[in-house]
Design a protein around this ligand. Sequence first.
Ligand code: GLU
Length: 618
Amino acid sequence: MTHVRRQLAAVTAAFALSATSLGIASPAVADPRESEKTATATGYGGAVSTVDPEASAAAIEVLRKGGNAADAAVAAAATLGVTEPYSAGIGGGGYFVFYDAKTGKVGTIDGRETAPAAMPNDAFIDPETGKPYPFTTANPALPTSGVSVGVPGTPATWERALERWGTLGLGEALKPAIKVATRGFVVDETFRQQTLDNKARFSNFTSTKDLFLPGGDAPAVGSVFQNHDLAATYRLLAKDGTDAFYGGPLATEIANNVQAPPKVENPTLPIPVGFMTAQDLADYKVVDQDPTHMNYRGYDVYGMAPSSSGGTTVGEALNILAPFNLSEMKPTDALHHYFEASSLAFADRGKYVGDPAFVNVPTNALLDEAFGKERSCLINPTAAAPKPVAPGDVSNYDGACPTSAAPSAKDSDTENISTTNLTVADKWGNVVEYTLTIEQTGGSGIVVPGRGFLLNNELTDFTAVYDTADPNRIQPGKRPRSSMSPTIILKDGDPFLALGSPGGSTIITTVLQTIINRVDLGMTISEALAAPRAAPRNGATVSSEPAFIDAYGTALESLGHKLMPAGDAFTSAAEIGAATAIEFGDGGKLTAVSEPTRRGGGSAMVVSDNSRDHGRGR
Ligand code: GLU
């Protein structure tokens, strides 16, 4: 289906008015704003799926002008920094996965944030109480702080992705985003609600209040939101490259605002200060990383290697499921196996995965078919194992069923619906799967004054209490363990499916469940994405969407699972994830899929609906 561009007369008028009041010449005809959302788009010659129509339109514009998937992905990501500023932007980090049609190889960039060099291992312990800073709705002391801010990796990721795989320079790739930041975008329910959810936190910072709570309230639905400061920051990066971010005045300002956040006079939160210096920014480097790889029922599944736990955990769970014939099972039984496999893989994630630059991560063992097979012995087809299940022993396995389990480990995770994910394909057959984030919705709550973007609170992904046995303990310079799981799946050497999602540690379960839905349970990719979700992560209860509980709750509870309605301590949504995907069919046919309803619905678009435009695809 072709996406139809629609110009909103009322909105255009509002833009002309606000542009005039800001002293900006109002154009004779304002640029049309993308506001129409299409959940599934089928076509040829390139495709994109993001959570936002402006970002998807930016990618399509780049693809139509001859840019490739890497160029379009950076353009879309930069636009998401404007329209989804609480989920992603240059103040955060992420993981970029690229399938190169020329070489047939998948490569990845680890653009995760790092801990400052001066970060002590007790940074998250409140000196007054001797306990970790609170992480609750009533007192989000740790999330709303300088101490949680990691050195951002996103600008360096964009630059590296363009250098390795793109055809455009950063300046060209940023153009669509600069346009959207300048002319503004139409505020929707999701943007207003996310602002309201953060109102108490944002009100603690002068810069954040000024930008996102103009007049003391969240911007109204239907109004036009412009971000001239961000447009100027993007123009600076367009002109001087990322040196202008990792050095110079902007780097100094970032460090200063982490060390002394721009607090209002009487803040309602404690706002612990951070340790980042301009030198930390100067030292930041992305990592060119080999993807994880495993084969599931003939599909080659490529994911993100540590520092993300996405690739190993999705891959291990699939290996655990491989011995079972899910497609022949009743849906409840298949879901029971999914629950158990996911929990077993999460136990190993907790025990073994951290930043490989600092700890020894047994990536190969975790993805070894024999290890997965041995772990699958622990699944009782008719009863849920008591949770948490214990991790396996990566130093001693042979694929045979063990007689006793290793000691238990607990894994504590926060769950939220922040972050954003995008999928792009071009007419040459290249594919990008990219997940980027500022961690929690609204990140640290700190906007760098005059620069138009929020700083992340990614370091909250470290374990708060230091323990030398924990691979995810705080260490200076280290990347906190992530769950981001951008995944590209090949079949017989050609792209079959690319997918990813936001959602903290539920990212892993969303990607895993969607793969199972598509590969084993006979759903189309649109159905697989839309289906109700549950997020089994080796806890006493399984966080599940209400529709999932309605459909499967009774049957799964009779097997011993305890389902709990999903919900984030900080937001009002009872949803899990906001996935995007592209499936690759015969004759170059592309099916781009986004969420029909979650997070207000996403935006899928294709370059052309004419099969003559199929380029080089299958
Ligand atoms: N910080 C999370 C991670 O890297 C992502 C945040 C989210 O999606 O909510 O795993």
